[in-house]
Write a protein that binds this ligand. Structure first.
Ligand code: CP3
Length: 361
């Protein structure tokens, strides 16, 4: 392409995707949107694929994982695609058995020093090579305007499943290990952190353009315990992976009381659930860098005028350093019509709000 006249930078198709520019904190012409779990059972085309194969086979078959990752992009025009996989795929590569029924089950549960020691640190290119292949296929197939997000579970959320062995209500087995055998707990967190770093670096090498760390269960902890047991590990991951030059998004659920501590770990983008007010978060953290979120997924069951009204509120509160998302994953029986309207509305309304002076709104 060299010597062809106009410099690459001036061609619109050479511009970075909207999502990436927003994630880096640049001013953008509108607010990008994607939603957590955007590929999944609420889509009839996803259910058709799932009639043929179970969930783990789907994750491990790059052509099928490619197809379901693209489904919500084709249907709704999201600004980013998220690699189709699961946070427990690397856990399997560490040597435990993982099953989805559909909720996750891990055998044997990891509850002792010997069990932590037995966990392997896999080579992500080899033992999760199917993930890297899916990433390569996606980069080939996605339109250049759509960014590709890779992800991993944060170590505490992975530990929550690996220690409990399944979904849990109060996570007392996990907390008992944490409080009674904190050295074993930290050893597990350290091993998981190394695995997560290797895994995210491999995704970046394969072509993901941003990464999200999902700390779905961080909200189980008091700020003091988060600071002691989790924050050092998350900070290490965010710093190490961040050096690769791709934006890092840190998301916690039910973590409203931990946002200062999460912010201190240095993510480019901080993901919020719907239980917090975005203006309030900006004030508390003094954060001008991008926030992501935070519509209650249940709003998608409302009539479209309610969806629009709630989305507008978030756009007004968030201002420009913002990536629109739900506050947690979309639920399996969400009506698809509301999603289509949400995407259309966020693009149009965010563009309009940038042209209207504050006082006139
Ligand atoms: O967001 C996306 O579209 C990408 C794919 C993705 C999945 N899981 C697919 C999936 C991502 C990013 C995840 C992350 C994940 N997995 C998290 C963190 C985010 C969150 O939602 O809190 C967690 C905690 C898990 C663990 C997990 N995997 C659970 C609790 C379940 C059961 C969910 C349920 O609704 O029954 C899964 C299975 C799973 N992961 C499904 C999908 C589409 C459903 C599988 C199916 O088709 O039956």
């Amino acid at each position: 392409m060299t010597g062809s006249g106009t410099p690459a930078i001036s061609r619109p198709e050479a511009m970075e995707p909207l999502f990436l520019r927003a994630a880096r904190g640049e001013e953008t012409e509108s607010t990008p949107i994607w939603i957590m779990r955007q590929a999944g059972r609420y889509l009839p085309e996803y259910r058709r694929v799932r009639e043929q194969v179970d969930f783990l086979t789907l994750c491990k078959t790059p052509e099928l994982a490619l197809e379901v990752t693209l489904q919500p992009i084709r249907r709704f025009g999201f600004d980013a695609a998220i690699l189709f996989s699961d946070i427990l795929i690397p856990a399997e590569a560490m040597g435990v058995e993982v099953a989805f029924t559909p909720s996750p089950h891990i055998t044997p549960a990891v509850r002792s020093e010997a069990a932590v020691r037995a966990l392997r640190r896999p080579d992500p290119m080899v033992e999760t090579g199917f993930v890297m292949e899916t990433v390569r296929l996606l980069r080939r197939e996605l339109p250049p305007t759509v960014a590709l997000i890779g992800f991993a579970g944060a170590p505490f959320t992975m530990a929550a499943y690996m220690v409990e062995g399944e979904s849990s209500k109060n996570h007392l087995v996990l907390k008992e290990l944490m409080f009674r055998e904190s050295l074993v707990f930290h050893a597990l967190m350290e091993k998981l952190s190394l695995v997560v770093i290797d895994y995210l670096n491999a995704q970046i090498e394969a072509g993901v353009q941003a990464v999200q760390l999902f700390d779905t269960w961080a909200g189980l902890l008091s700020p003091r315990d988060y600071a002691e047991y989790v924050q050092p590990h998350v900070r290490r991951i965010v710093e190490t992976v961040g050096r690769r030059g791709v934006p890092v998004i840190l998301y916690g659920n039910g973590a409203g009381g931990l946002l200062e501590l999460m912010d201190e770990t240095g993510p480019d983008v901080l993901g919020l659930d719907w239980r917090v007010d975005i203006r309030d978060v900006r004030r508390r953290l003094g954060r001008t860098r991008p926030l992501q979120g935070n519509l209650d997924p249940a709003v998608l069951y409302a009539p479209v005028d309610v969806i629009r009204e709630r989305a507008r509120g978030i756009l007004e509160d968030a201002g420009t350093a913002h990536i629109f998302n739900l506050g947690h994953g979309i639920t399996p029986d969400t009506p698809v019509e509301g999603v289509a309207e949400l995407v259309r509305f966020v693009h149009e309304e965010s563009r309009r709000l940038r042209t209207v002076p504050d006082q006139a709104r």
